[in-house]
Design a protein around this ligand. Structure first.
Ligand code: FES
Length: 74
């Protein structure tokens, strides 16, 4: 799924950047360019960073988190 349409950056690329240590939207932007232009994706970047910092603790949380992500993109 594309999270930054300005640069065609996927959620997988953002997650990889976060896994590699990018813990702020600015650091994610430095690694994969997401968020470097219009800024419309910054909220999604922040959400992905938060999700990866505190993974869901139960399957119900995982479903809810996925549902929220899909709603924001739609
Ligand atoms: S959508 Fe990411 S910078 Fe514009």
């Amino acid at each position: 799924m594309i999270v930054c349409s300005c640069h065609g950056v996927s959620d997988a690329a953002v997650r990889k950047a976060v896994e590699e240590g990018a813990r702020t939207p600015e650091l994610v932007a430095a690694r994969c360019c997401a968020g470097n232009s219009c800024g419309a994706c910054l909220e999604m970047l922040e959400q992905l960073i938060r999700e990866m910092a505190s993974p869901p603790t139960s399957s119900g949380d995982a479903c809810r988190a996925r549902s929220l992500r899909l709603k924001r993109v739609a």
